[in-house]
Design a protein around this ligand. Structure first.
Ligand code: AMP
Length: 507
């Protein structure tokens, strides 16, 4: 199978857009999916965000829609022909931005609608007529009910991140939306896993789908250097400073387990001179997109985030990921460190382990099937010391006695499905809380988790050698945030850490 886009016979406007994106060769999912989608067959694809999945479905879809291309100003000449459904606002926004880039030399129109934003600008766009509509299910239903969106001429529907949509509880919404669509259509379903529910969904709505799988479960990319350092709670920030300094790292993601911890840590690091932004569920959509944009522009060094807030972000080239808190679930570890070492680049994943994290670390060890060596951070003399806390010794002891202490262990499995349809209310689902907070007298609260992180991780087809398509990639141009949110602004560089930080983002 060829991996070059030039052998695909893409129409000139699409081929030009691909060339401008800097893509030289196809990703594995693109190699497999594009020829199939070009034939109009249904597809059931197992692939994660980050594998090039968006281009895999949108390029052939745009190619097939070119026959409808026209420059009429009449909305009637621009009915919705393709519908792309995604579970979250961030994902919808990112996918819409990519589609707009691929379609930019065509006359095909595209837009995105998602919750948490004013419906009016979205309505205006819809009323003008669009061939490709990207949407989250709840907001789309709102627009259908308001008669802003008519779907009776849809030829293609893409259910992207289908497993997450089901986990969030979107099945009834999906069923309703699909009932508005013509029976004669092509349906493409992408999911990280093919669970029985996904298979049921596929058997109800797909016709003789071609199955495409490029994911492998529970793998961490070989391009990520994984380090586990012992650090007592009081030493963790110092450890971060030290690692950043020693390794010459300019930008990183720092993961924490709770919103409260996220805000606190961001504030502390900011005070200590690092340009820091916090990304958690209490931040508004606009704030989160701004923080992300600032990070992309190099205006922010550290993005401190919770798992929920970081879900689905299309981030390339983050040089390092820190686990300030060891995640409660080993799968989250794999997700978190998957933010670095992408696109064939090398990445560093540092996990700070305190004495009470033995059980969680053992879970990670089991999942990634690699022996975890706990190291000590070698501090420079000029690094201010925190309270002495030999996390390493406590960790070993806990591990050896098998009792593994239990402030975290006992609470870790507590989870609850996110049924808060934040697309309607604009509110973020509640995030997992740090169980240690409970020991400080916090009222135990029901723990909500992003269902995405309840899934076993399916990495992109990682291999020892960087795939050709990744090595050849130039930084793709991306616009920053949806036109529905703010006037369009261009992001100059994608995660180029070299840019000198200028502004301070909110924490
Ligand atoms: P996705 O999985 O669709 O979210 O894509 C992840 C990232 O990979 C996006 O930033 C794309 O621009 C980029 N990408 C997609 N296809 C290719 C390709 N063939 N070569 C290089 N980069 C790509």
């Amino acid at each position: 199978m060829t991996s070059s886009f030039s052998n695909l016979s893409l129409a000139e406007p699409l081929a030009r857009a691909v060339a401008e994106m800097g893509y030289e060769s196809m990703t594995p999912i693109q190699q497999q999916a594009i020829p199939v989608v070009l034939t109009g067959q249904d597809v059931m694809g197992a692939a994660q965000t980050g594998t090039g999945k968006t281009a895999a479905f949108s390029l052939p879809l745009l190619q097939r829609l070119l026959k409808h291309e026209n420059s009429s100003t009449s909305p009637a000449r621009h009915p919705v022909r393709a519908l792309v459904l995604l579970p979250t606002r961030e994902l919808a926004d990112q996918v819409a931005q990519q589609i707009a880039l691929y379609a930019k030399h065509t006359k095909l129109r595209s837009t995105v609608v998602f919750g948490g934003m004013d419906m009016k600008p979205q309505t205006i766009e819809l009323k003008k007529g669009v061939e490709v509509l990207v949407a989250t299910p709840g907001r789309l239903l709102d627009h259908i009910e308001a008669k802003n969106a008519v779907l009776n001429q849809v030829e293609y529907v893409v259910l992207d991140e289908a497993d997450r949509m089901l986990d969030i509880g979107f099945l009834p919404d999906l069923q309703r939306i699909l009932s508005y669509l013509p029976k004669q259509r092509t349906t493409l379903l992408f999911s990280a896993t093919f669970s029985p529910e996904i298979k049921r969904l596929a058997s109800s709505y797909l016709q003789n789908p071609i199955t495409i799988e490029v994911a492998r479960p529970n793998e961490t990319a070989s391009t990520v250097e994984q380090r586990f350092y012992s650090a007592g709670d009081d030493d963790k920030r110092r450890a971060i400073h030290q690692v950043l300094k020693t390794r010459g790292i300019k930008q990183a993601f720092i993961f924490v387990n709770s919103k409260l911890g996220c805000a606190r840590l961001a504030r502390s690091l900011e005070r200590e001179g690092l340009k820091t932004a916090a990304l958690h569920g209490d931040k508004s959509q606009d704030e989160r997109l701004k923080a992300l944009e600032a990070f992309k522009k190099g205006e922010v060094d550290l993005l401190v985030c919770t798992d929920v807030a970081a879900r689905g972000l299309d981030i390339k080239d983050v040089p390092a990921v820190f686990n300030f808190d060891v995640p409660f679930n080993a799968e989250d570890y794999v997700h978190r460190i998957g933010r670095t070492g992408r696109a064939g680049a090398s990445g560093l994943a540092v996990t700070l382990v305190s004495g009470s994290d033995a059980r969680l670390v053992a879970d990670i060890e089991k999942l990634i099937k690699k022996k975890i060596e706990l190291e000590a951070v070698e501090y420079d003399e000029d690094q201010p010391r925190g309270r002495i806390n030999d996390g390493r010794r406590a960790w070993r002891e806990a591990g050896e006695t098998g009792d593994g202490r239990d402030a975290v262990g006992a609470s870790a499995p507590r989870r609850e499905r996110d049924r808060d349809r934040d697309h309607r209310s604009g509110r973020e689902s509640r995030e997992s809380r740090d169980p240690r907070d409970q020991h400080r007298g916090f009222r135990p609260a029901a723990i909500s988790r992003d269902p995405f992180f309840e899934k076993p991780y399916e990495a992109s087809a990682a291999s020892d050698a960087a795939p050709a398509w990744e090595a050849a990639t130039k930084a793709a141009p991306r616009s920053s945030i949806s036109a529905n949110i703010k006037p369009k602004r261009k992001v100059a560089a994608l995660f180029k850490a070299s840019a000198q930080p200028e502004t301070t983002a909110q924490s």
